[in-house]
Ligand binder design. Structure first.
Ligand code: FMN
Length: 177
């Protein structure tokens, strides 16, 4: 399978089980992205009933654990990332560079490379009121992260920050064609 690779990372925010596959993963795959899906341990547990449908959107394995040092990397290096939904917990970890699970490891490395990234925060008023929260958002924005309001705007924003699909469709100027 060819095409630009999109790292799709999800964390444990309420309702994700209702929209992640049909509202985000499948539409992204239909736009030509090859999905490299990585889940936080929390959402991997929540999405157990949806895992087969999620896996069907990509030829790459859906991950939530690290590989053994002796194993090859299961995912190629993505050209862009979508982190949706982003919990207050995982968003804070990304801003601080804490890679204490596979999802945050790939996100923190991607931010270090300044890979184009769209993040969809989903937080309660109380979580947003934490004194560090606005600072975390500011850190992400300063590194070029684009913040989205809902799954639909994630796809539109991704088209803007990472127009790889258009490149691969017309076959020009592309290393992927
Ligand atoms: C039903 C349920 C819904 C939740 N919804 C949210 C949410 O919308 N946003 C959020 O930041 N945390 C939410 N949480 C709390 C997170 O799941 C919790 O902070 C967890 O540790 C996040 O782990 P992760 O960021 O590694 O996925 C929810 C928890 C439960 C049980």
């Amino acid at each position: 399978m060819t095409g630009p690779v999109l790292g799709l990372v999800a964390s444990g925010a309420g309702g994700v089980e209702r929209w992640l596959v049909d509202g985000l993963a499948r539409p992204l795959a239909e736009r030509g992205w090859r999905l490299a899906v990585t889940l936080t341990p929390t959402v991997a547990r929540w999405l157990e009933p949806q895992l087969a449908a999620l896996a069907a959107t990509t030829d790459l394995p859906v991950r939530w654990t690290s590989r053994l040092p002796t194993e090859p990397k299961p995912h190629p290096v993505p050209d862009a990332f979508v982190f949706a939904p982003a919990t207050a917990n995982s968003l804070a970890k990304l801003a601080l560079g804490i890679g204490d699970n596979q999802a945050l490891t790939v996100l923190c490395e991607a931010l270090g490379r300044r890979t184009p990234m769209v993040v969809l925060p989903q937080v309660s008023d109380d979580q947003a009121g934490h004194p560090a929260f606005q600072g975390h958002l500011a850190v992400l924005r300063s590194a070029g992260v684009v913040l989205a309001d809902d799954p639909r705007s994630v796809i539109d924003l991704l088209d803007r920050v990472a127009p790889f699909v258009a490149f691969s469709e017309n076959g020009e100027n592309s290393a992927y064609g």
